[in-house]
Design a protein around this ligand. Structure first.
Ligand code: HEC
Ligand code: HEC
Ligand code: HEC
Ligand code: HEC
Ligand code: HEC
Ligand code: HEC
Ligand code: HEC
Length: 336
């Protein structure tokens, strides 16, 4: 009996330990990658060529012929905040890797302004190092999306993925609320701003939010689900589906999400589900640890944990007890 108690204790300790190890591993995964101006080979060039002006709200205009200077405001859309640039995926680049040498001259020439930019696929396509992102599949989906077809390709990848600040958010933040808000900001930058829309289409496009008032508590919903969860065609071969469909194909059924097999398991929670399926097997990772509960039905972590603990202890006790029965039995028989 003492031995069996010892086993139960050991099982409990091991269980608690494994939970903590998982929590720690998750935390470490989400720490930012080491990046920064100090590590960039081009920080100095970038500063003297471009960021002297583009990196600050106020820059100094110089007339070298007359030897005069004056302070000027840099407009917000031409501002490139150095700290955010050196923390983005393309932190190690020189500005001139993507921009024409002509930009070294100010005022910038017309030719420079009409430079053609690289697309993501030009650098990332068919490169095994980036296979996990599925760039080719994303590109194919994007070409079927309303954004491509309704604007003749004017909405490039860069219009959603900021060229200077981009980070793959889903992987970095593991789908928390902050992720959802930032992901939706990518869409609202246009869809809540008539002027930005005016740069792309001459049609008088309505601002989006009123179209969503059929959702109860709209604000809360738009902080809990991504625009793309309702507006893209589901695709299992990439983490983030990119085929934005016309609005009349969007999800609007409450039970599409508020049900046991919510579509969100295949969209918003896909990353967490995939990861834990790979690491720990489906049952452990998804069924026990993950968010496969009915959305909107809030649950308490503490109670789930206590529940697991009780089940675990019962099972362990039964197991130990059975083993004891088997091991101890022959002796019993001898005594009889
Ligand atoms: C002397 C200050 C100054 C420097 C140095 C400078 N720029 Fe600019 N740049 C500006 C200002 C001001 C604007 C906005 C007004 C304009 O478009 O002329 C601008 C606009 C731009 C634009 C937008 C052009 C457009 O048509 O919308 C790009 C792109 C650009 N700069 C890139 C660069 C790059 C890359 C460098 C470094 C190689 C650089 N600039 C260096 C001041 C500067
Ligand atoms: C990975 C490629 C890449 C790098 C590196 C890059 N840019 Fe850009 N930049 C772009 C693209 C693409 C656009 C056009 C975005 C669009 O089409 O809306 C752009 C646009 C701009 C603009 C116009 C305003 C805007 O945001 O649309 C400025 C100014 C600018 N870049 C400055 C810089 C400076 C300064 C650096 C270096 C610190 C830099 N860029 C580095 C790709 C890059
Ligand atoms: C001019 C070539 C070029 C273009 C254009 C470009 N990238 Fe990159 N990208 C790179 C390089 C090189 C790296 C590795 C940078 C480093 O860490 O030093 C990178 C890194 C990344 C990473 C991080 C990959 C990883 O696993 O560490 C992502 C995600 C990414 N790019 C997405 C994009 C997206 C999205 C676009 C288009 C909106 C794009 N890139 C356009 C060259 C490019
Ligand atoms: C209409 C807006 C939009 C356009 C256009 C767009 N994307 Fe995205 N993309 C998103 C959103 C939203 C996400 C989710 C945010 C995140 O996780 O980074 C995303 C995520 C990604 C990711 C990260 C996926 C992962 O596995 O972590 C890649 C890579 C990507 N897009 C590539 C592209 C490429 C390549 C193009 C152009 C062919 C493109 N995107 C065009 C909105 C867009
Ligand atoms: C660069 C600006 C821009 C960005 C960023 C953007 N959109 Fe759009 N979107 C447009 C334009 C322009 C149209 C075409 C409007 C029209 O002609 O009806 C459009 C059309 C749409 C439509 C079809 C509307 C209809 O009437 O059928 C949907 C749905 C949509 N966008 C959703 C999104 C989502 C989701 C995101 C973020 C992942 C996003 N958009 C990001 C500019 C943008
Ligand atoms: C819960 C699902 C859901 C979410 C989340 C959602 N939408 Fe919608 N959206 C819809 C439906 C359904 C419609 C069609 C409404 C109608 O036609 O009455 C629609 C309509 C639209 C339209 C067309 C508007 C028009 O004028 O016809 C655009 C653009 C759009 N949504 C963009 C977005 C953006 C951007 C976000 C994120 C901020 C978003 N949606 C979030 C379901 C959703
Ligand atoms: C795209 C998926 C999606 C759709 C479609 C959707 N919801 Fe939700 N709903 C959510 C999510 C996610 C939450 C947030 C749960 C949370 O905050 O934990 C939520 C929250 C709610 C809440 C608040 C629940 C609470 O815990 O207080 C109500 C009520 C609700 N939804 C009702 C509806 C109704 C009614 C519809 C149909 C008209 C609908 N939802 C459509 C995903 C969705």
């Amino acid at each position: 009996m003492i031995l069996s108690r010892y086993f139960v204790c050991l099982t409990v300790i091991l269980f608690v330990f494994s939970q903590q190890a998982t929590a720690r591993a998750n935390y470490q995964d989400s720490l930012p990658v080491t990046r920064g101006a100090e590590l960039s080979l081009y920080a100095e060039d970038n500063e003297t060529n471009c960021l002297v002006c583009h990196g600050k709200l106020i820059y100094t205009l110089t007339d070298t012929v007359m030897g005069m200077t004056r302070k000027q405001l840099m407009s917000e859309q031409n501002l490139v905040i150095p700290g955010m640039f050196y923390n983005s995926v393309h932190w190690s680049f020189s500005c001139l890797d993507c921009h024409s040498e002509e930009f070294k001259i100010f005022p910038h020439s017309i030719e420079a302004r009409f430079e053609t930019s690289w697309g993501c696929i030009d650098c990332h396509g068919y490169d095994p190092n980036y296979e996990q992102y599925g760039f080719e599949e994303i590109d194919a989906e994007y070409q079927k999306s309303v954004h491509y077809t309704a604007t003749d390709g004017l909405i490039t990848c860069w219009k959603c993925h900021d060229p200077h600040y981009y980070n793959p958010l889903a992987r970095q933040t593991r789908g928390g609320r902050e992720y959802i808000i930032r992901s939706n900001e990518m869409c609202l930058r246009c869809h809540s701003n008539a002027e930005v829309m005016g740069l792309i289409t001459d049609e008088n496009v309505e601002i989006v939010l009123p179209k969503h008032e059929w959702l109860p508590d709209v604000d809360r919903h738009l902080e809990a689900v991504r625009c793309i969860d309702c507006h893209t065609r589901m695709n299992d071969s990439v983490l983030v589906a990119h085929e934005v469909m016309p609005a009349d194909s969007a999800v609007r059924g409450c039970t599409d999400c508020h049900s046991q097999n919510s579509i969100l398991m295949g969209t918003l929670y896909k990353y967490a589900a995939r990861e834990s399926r790979d690491e720990k097997g489906f049952v452990n990772g998804v069924m026990l640890r993950n968010d496969s509960y009915v959305i909107g039905a809030n649950r308490s972590k503490l109670i789930s944990f206590a529940g697991l603990l009780i089940i675990g202890m019962t099972l362990a006790f039964a197991l130990v007890h059975t083993i004891f029965r088997i091991v101890v039995k022959p002796k019993d028989q001898v005594h009889e």
